[in-house]
Design a protein around this ligand. Sequence first.
Ligand code: NG6
Ligand code: CA
Length: 496
Amino acid sequence: MTCVFLPVTLFAQQIKKPNVIVIMADDIGYGDLSCYGEKAIHTPNVEKLANQGVRFIDAHSVAATSTPSRYSFLTGHYAWRRTDTGVAPGDAGMIIRPEQYTVADLFKGAGYVTGAVGKWHLGMGDKTGEQDWNELITPGLKDIGFDYSYIMAATGDRVPCVWVENGSVVDLDSEDPIYVSYKTPFHGEPLGKTHPELLTLMKPSPDHGHDQAIVNGISRIGYMKGGKKALWKDENINDSIVAHGLAFIERNKEHPFFLYFATNDVHVPRVPHPRFAGKSGMGARGDALIEFDWTVGQVMETLERLGLRENTLIVLTSDNGPVVDDGYQDQAVELLGEHRPWGAYRGGKYSSFEAGTRIPFIVSYPGKVKEGVSKALVSQVDFLASMSELLGVSLTCDQKKDSQEQLSTWYGKDKKGRDYVVEQAGSLAVSDGEWKYISPSDKKSYEKLTNTELGNAPQDQLYFLKKDIGEKNNLAGRYPEKIKAFQRILELEKSK
Ligand code: NG6
Ligand code: CA
């Protein structure tokens, strides 16, 4: 397929450079926010944001787990084009290499100050397992366009449990160096599996495997030793993210900025600050959702206080669908009650069924975006090209690759959006909004650990989403032509 430059100056001519903030939640599902219709949870700040913008009901992350989803969001390239973009360990080398164009490069090139705060999960340093955590870790986010970064290398449940600011571990004591390994335990360091009596804050769920290094009374994935002063306190993770995100906004109030603000909520281990304890009645997972909502309120209040709200475009979304038990005994399952994190959809995180990638997606830009609800088909991979449209920057085909200029859709004006979205989980799936095709997979069809239907099957699956949003009736046998058409789409995408 040929790639042509589109006239991109339309929006750019009309506006002063807006600030852009992406609030990227972790594992928050379609039904986890009250503006998406679920009654058991109350998230008023997100509701307010949704009322000041467009709320999309058919928006998708590119993948049903974090690393490939975020890779695609930040680069405009489908992660499945590479084989090394699966869920990354905490000692992964930089997955987005310095030569690759990113959304941060786009904003930086347009004169913005760029920042990334919170969960990263896309690797740091040159090679997996070879970082020296006691030195400046390079390459880092600076090399892919971020002027400022304050991040956790991977996830809350993976070592190292430290903050990395502009490539250096925060609060590191040179007398107590940090060592990290995903291969061998460190001699003399207690592990979750050998010292369960030390798991004072949270225990892992049986068989999930979060039973290695113990930090703050919680066992994690991976081994680490040292760096005691630098270790984060789980209950303060969100406050640290908020403080650094808001400080970035404050520092740059006079200058256009792009902030990738990635919360740890509601990923495991879920340890919201005690001031949110019991607020949801649903245990730690629900309380983490309330903490997330508070966080969104903090961002909005700060923008209002600084007089920046009008000129700031906010995208609020999540990296993948929801999961209830993702490895720790935090009572999320027992206390879930009537709440449906996946809304009306089937599956969840890790799944090819809709709840894997159909995520909350809100675009708010007061005065510019047409407020309301949009049914348009949206993919997060379009962030790059849509922002290039906003900024009036022409991208090469290589730079934008899979990313389409969809600004008019994101502004709530174009009601159709994409022709189709590609969803990645156990195999690739394609949805055109009405029909959905899931290509055959030889992987397990049901994940017992997380109690999630993964949607993997050795045969083709075809669902008529328009009438069957729960993906219950596989119509593959009845519509061979439809299957062929979707297979052609996937072949075309793969050949790009
Ligand atoms: C899985 C972990 C899960 C979570 C996930 C990554 C096990 C059994 N489960 O491998 O707990 O960490 O990876 O989540 O190890 S994500 O949202 O960052 O993709
Ligand atoms: Ca995630």
